[in-house]
Write a protein of this length. Structure first.
Length: 183
């Protein structure tokens, strides 16, 4: 047996005699060091992989939220475009809108003035409403909108306002009310 000195980098955890000599001891230590290096490398790789998966999940969540916001904004814009198109063609039940708005005013038969866009006013010129109700053309009222003036105040049925309200509700549901979401 050789009396060659061997320096160990770590304290031995156990000892055994090898018949092959110091070269075999060195090889055994190198094999152990490689195995420990591989184990540490796998642990580091696993941690990096876990971090990458977490980033992908975060990105996916952000992408889903952005897609939901974009879909809501697109839906509102489509509704706004369709609404304007239908209003321009006169495809809306103006009499029903006025009657519903009068019902919401909850003033019974008390006198009130229903302000309408001049074109809408002309459409309803021959329609009879409850007594005390007067229709008035008003350039300040958009087509399809109804403003009911009562002794209790003014009730406004505003289509653009309704779309804006829907947009705000969607933004709140999507958690975007403070971030400039749809609406």
């Amino acid at each position: 047996m050789s009396r060659e000195r061997v320096t160990l980098e770590a304290e031995p955890s156990g000892a055994r005699l090898l018949a092959q000599g110091p070269g075999a001891v060195r090889e055994a230590l190198l094999a152990r060091a490689r195995a420990e290096g591989e184990r540490r490398g796998r642990a580091v790789a696993a941690e990096l992989f876990d971090q990458a998966v977490a980033r992908v999940r975060t990105s996916e969540d952000e992408s889903r939220a952005a897609l939901a916001r974009t879909a809501a904004e697109l839906a509102l814009e489509i509704a706004r475009t369709l609404l304007r198109s239908e209003l321009a063609r006169g495809h809306y039940d103006l009499e029903r809108i006025v009657r519903e708005t009068l019902g919401e005013a909850a003033v019974g038969r008390a006198p009130c003035v229903v302000h309408l866009h001049p074109a809408d006013h002309a459409r309803l010129a021959s329609v009879r409403f409850r007594s005390g109700t007067t229709l008035a053309p008003d350039e300040g009222v958009a087509r399809g909108d109804v403003h009911v003036e009562t002794s209790l105040g003014l009730l406004v049925r505003d289509l653009d306002g309704a779309l804006e309200s829907i947009g705000k509700r969607l933004a709140d549901e999507l958690g975007e009310h403070d971030h400039g979401g749809p609406g």
